[in-house]
Every structure is written in structure tokens, then in C-alpha cells.
Design a protein around this ligand. Structure first.
Ligand SMILES: Nc1ncnc2c1ncn2[C@@H]1O[C@H](COP(=O)(O)OP(=O)(O)OP(=O)(O)O)[C@@H](O)[C@H]1O
Length: 255
């Protein structure tokens, strides 16, 4: 589908694990300030593809990425790109909330400290508060910032991890099945947060829940066996898919 001024442009993106071709040449553009969902049966390559956007596949032994992937027109696999800096611009939230074994405050302050984003304690305090507010967690934790991040509920921990990503001022947030460990109430909370965050960030979400993709995303990409089968407005994908394989998946005949 045609997207004006895309945040990411992927052309012929392949990923191999050793000899195994997990992604077979993906062409797709991702819009800024919107939510893009990746769906498809288990093993189709959604998570593998998600990890290409912040070079997390670099950390997996035997994984090899080829093709072209640009962010704001710049090749993110160019030799002069520092993956650590890239990952601050393109944050990631995983399936299981993974707060560091530190206080709530220190979880959020971690990135800004490493990247030297603030010079004074008051500035850091303000940044921690702003990040927690944006992640919709401030009111619940403002009186217990010194307690361990792991003392929070699963849904709160997931929002803490989002606050930690937000603290380094990213442009993109990648989410790999972020609600799969959450109960329905925490999931609803997370979904409404995603809706708020898209006003500011480019969000890409991998989800097994088609209902969730339908609720939160603007565009949906359907993958099958390492190929992109269909990519369109979410409403179109779920009401009138153009490919029989997409239709089989959304109606529960595949996967
Ligand atoms: N580290 C790895 N080493 C070898 N093969 C891998 C590795 N990670 C993924 N794969 C393989 O690549 C393919 C795509 O996996 P991936 O995890 O991206 O799929 P997925 O669509 O996200 O699946 P799921 O929905 O089950 O999480 C699968 O066949 C998987 O077995």
C-alpha cells in the first residue's frame, strides 16, 4: 500500500537463521504516528521482522538480515549506525514485562543516565515523572518510586517498561505481543495507552489476537510462512481482505 512520507521503508528484506530463510524478501512501508499490526500464524516471521527495525536480530547468533531498510530515508544497517543509539530511537517492549531489578525510579532513569540526557537531579526527576505520566502510570506509583519495579502488577510492569522506553525520547516503539501476559483489564488499559501514544510515536505491534489488531491498529500486515501476503487499512483487512489466505486466517481456518 502507498504511504506518504513513511517512517520506515523496507525493500526485499530477508532474514536467515543459518541456512533457514525465515523472511523471504519483504517490501513494505510503515507510517509514522500510527499503529501498524503484524499478524499471522505462529512461526510466520512476525517477531523476526519486528526485530529488523531496531537491529535486535544482530544480537541473535546465526541471524543475518539482507535487503534495504531505511528510517526517515537513512539506511539503518549502514556501517556508521550505532545499534545502541538506534535502539534508543526505536524502543522495544516484549511479551513478558521485563523491568530491571531496580527501583521504579531507577528503571525509568536508567536510559537517560546512560545516554547522559540530563545534567541535574531535578531535571532527571522531571524526565522520570514525564515518562511515567505518558505511560499512564504516574498516579499509581508516585508515592512508591523507591520500591522495586518487580513489585508492580503485570500490567503496571508493562507500562513501566513503556515508560523506560519513552524516557530516552524514542521515535518508534516496537511491541512484541505486549498483552499476552496480561489480564483483560490490564490489556484494555494497555490498548488505550497505545491509542494515546500513537499521537507522538510510530508504533508497530505483533499480536496473536486479531481482535486486538482490529481494535488498536490503523494498518495491518498479514504474514504467512515468511512472506507478506497482504497489507492494508485494518478495516479493509478485517472486513474485506483481498487474499484468500488472509481471509482463511481471520476466519480461523488457518493458524
Ligand atoms: N533464534 C532463532 N534461530 C533459529 N530459527 C529461528 C530463531 N528465531 C526464529 N526462528 C525461526 O524463524 C521462523 C520465524 O520465527 P518468528 O519467531 O519470527 O515467528 P513468529 O511469527 O513471531 O512466531 P510466534 O507467533 O510463534 O511468535 C520460525 O520458523 C522460527 O522457528
Amino acid at each position: 500500500m502507498n504511504i506518504e512520507n513513511p517512517k520506515f521503508k523496507c525493500r526485499g528484506v530477508k532474514v536467515h537463521y543459518g541456512d533457514y530463510e525465515a523472511l523471504k524478501g519483504i517490501d513494505l512501508d510503515i507510517a509514522d504516528r500510527s499503529v501498524t499490526a503484524f499478524i499471522g500464524p505462529s512461526g510466520c516471521g512476525k517477531s523476526t521482522f519486528l526485530r529488523t527495525f531496531n537491529r535486535m536480530n544482530d544480537t541473535i547468533e546465526g541471524a543475518r538480515v539482507s535487503g534495504s531498510l531505511t528510517m526517515d530515508g537513512q539506511d539503518i544497517y549502514a556501517k556508521n549506525v550505532d545499534p545502541v543509539l538506534l535502539r534508543a530511537r526505536v524502543g522495544m517492549v516484549f511479551q513478558k514485562p521485563n523491568p530491571f531489578p531496580k527501583s521504579i525510579y531507577d528503571n525509568v532513569a536508567f536510559g537517560p543516565r546512560i545516554h547522559g540526557l540530563t545534567t541535574h537531579k531535578t531535571e532527571l526527576d522531571a524526565l522520570v515523572e514525564k515518562s511515567l505520566r505518558r505511560a499512564g502510570l504516574w498516579d499509581e506509583v508516585k508515592d512508591r518510586l523507591k520500591q522495586p519495579g518487580t513489585s508492580l502488577s503485570g500490567g503496571q510492569q508493562q507500562r513501566l517498561v513503556i515508560a523506560r522506553a519513552i524516557a530516552v525520547d524514542p521515535e518508534v516503539i516496537l511491541m512484541d505481543e505486549p498483552a499476552s501476559a496480561l489480564d483483560p483489564i490490564a490489556t484494555a488499559r494497555l490498548e488505550s495507552l497505545i491509542q494515546e501514544l500513537k499521537e507522538r510515536y510510530c508504533i508497530i505491534i505483533v499480536t496473536h489476537s486479531m481482535a486486538q489488531a482490529a481494535r488498536v491498529s490503523d494498518r495491518t500486515a498479514y504474514f504467512y510462512l515468511g512472506e507478506l501476503i497482504e497489507y492494508d487499512a485494518t478495516e479493509k483487512i478485517f472486513t474485506n481482505p483481498g487474499d484468500i489466505r488472509t481471509q482463511d486466517y481471520i476466519t480461523g481456518r488457518t493458524g
